[in-house]
Design a protein around this ligand. Structure first.
Ligand SMILES: Cc1ncc(COP(=O)(O)O)c(C=O)c1O
Length: 408
């Protein structure tokens, strides 16, 4: 990249001496990326990143699927998205209680790309989006190029997003391009949206013409009986994001959008601009894996193991955290959310936790859609990639940090 002759440019348009598009001047890496080197120091028990447990990847079965796909000399050629995988997605959606057709399934390079595509399809430059006060930072990154006004609604730690707050916002005349919501296994809050709120939200959205983007990346990882049906089961206009990252392997980079059929050619045109229809090899490997009908047993294994880790985490928190700490009890997904007294700033505590006690977490502010004092005293714990026998040790270390910080 050539450095622009700085003398000819207004210095306000320069970043590090380069003349960049204006929206990129204020961007920075996700806070989670900053934490990665800290969290991966040897000896540190990390509850920071929401990674699937590597020992649970179905490596052998995926290897066999990849070998079968590679037997076709065209396997590595440019190709159109795999129809077979779309059929499997339709079956998975049915398992979530959603009726849809293969013609409504759009394959993406992970759910993250789904967010990027929907943001580009729906959000005007300097438009408006609606999210929860604490939300997945990947969505916030996806809407950044549009420099939107970000409106927020609160989320109850037990029942999920505040539907009344959504409705009052719409009644006062706000017209967001969409509402982004995680109905199960919320990242970072760990909460699942209560069944009555799901029905009300779909109803409010339909009455006000509000587009809803539902991110169900963790929906198939539920730990307490059958999970509630996603919003898309209640409203065919809901734009649904799914992913194989948490149930198979994130390195495959395969996710999907379920959207009304007329939107698919537009999504396809936007996607082609960024990566053509790449990842068809991954599509075919995933389809071959699913053809072998191994997923139901694999999902059950994941649920058993992640449920055990969740329970170990909650038990350890009850044993070691100061009594002022409030924690969510996740029914799905990888995360628990801890609220601490306001005088605690979890961002300031993190270096002490990592360097002094060898334990890592993500401070609440990393998920703040807008500046939020409330989230500064919270933290997210991921239980997915810490071995069961290490959870108690890690949480007792963190408990010691928190007790010390709260000491008068
Ligand atoms: C809520 C949520 N949505 C989407 C993603 C990204 O999924 P993918 O790997 O399919 O892009 C993540 C990953 O952590 C996530 O937590």
């Amino acid at each position: 990249v050539k450095r622009s002759p700085a003398t000819r440019l207004d210095p306000r348009h320069l970043a590090d001496g380069y003349a960049l598009a204006s929206w990129t001047r204020a961007i920075r890496q996700s806070v989670l990326r900053d934490i990665l080197p800290l969290a991966s120091e040897p000896g540190t028990l990390s509850f920071a990143l929401g990674m699937p447990a590597p020992e649970l990847f179905p490596r052998e079965a995926l290897g066999a699927a990849a070998a079968a796909v590679l037997a076709d000399p065209e396997a590595l050629q440019y190709a159109v998205p795999a129809e077979r995988l779309k059929e499997h997605v339709v079956a998975l959606m049915a398992a979530r209680g959603v009726q849809c057709r293969a013609s409504e399934v759009f394959l993406t390079t992970g759910a993250q790309q789904g967010m990027d595509l929907l943001a580009r399809l729906f959000v005007e430059d300097r438009g408006t989006v609606l999210v929860e006060e604490a939300t997945y930072d990947g969505l916030l990154m996806a809407v950044k190029p549009m420099r939107p006004r970000v409106l927020t609604v609160p989320t109850d730690a037990r029942s999920g997003l505040d539907v009344d707050a959504v409705e009052s916002l719409l009644c006062r005349g706000d017209r967001p391009a969409f509402l982004y919501v995680m109905s199960d296994g919320h990242n970072p809050l760990g909460v699942s949206l209560a069944a009555d709120k799901r029905a009300r939200l779909v109803d409010v959205a339909a009455r006000h013409g509000l587009a809803v983007v539902e991110d169900d990346a963790y929906g198939l990882l539920h730990y307490e009986g059958g999970a509630a049906r996603p919003l898309r089961a209640l409203g065919p206009d809901v734009l649904y994001l799914g992913s194989f990252s948490k149930i198979l392997a994130p390195a495959l980079r395969v996710g999907w959008i379920v959207a009304p059929e007329p939107l698919l050619p537009r999504l396809s045109a936007i996607k082609q601009a960024s990566d053509l229809d790449t990842a068809t090899f991954s599509h075919r490997v995933a389809a071959a894996y699913l053809d072998a009908a191994a997923l139901p047993a694999h999902l059950e294994r994941l649920r058993v193991e992640y449920r055990a880790r969740r329970d170990a985490l909650l038990q350890a928190i009850a044993a070691h955290f100061p009594e002022e700490a409030r924690v969510t009890r996740p029914r799905s997904g990888f995360f628990a959310w801890v609220e601490l007294p306001e005088r605690i700033d979890t961002r300031l505590l993190l270096p002490l936790a990592v360097r002094g006690h060898r334990v890592a977490y993500v401070p609440g502010h990393a998920f703040a859609a807008r500046d939020s004092r409330r989230l500064a005293s919270c933290l997210r714990l991921s239980f997915s990639s810490v071995a069961r026998q290490e959870i108690d040790v890690g949480i007792s270390r963190l408990g010691a940090v928190l007790k010390e910080a709260l000491r008068p």
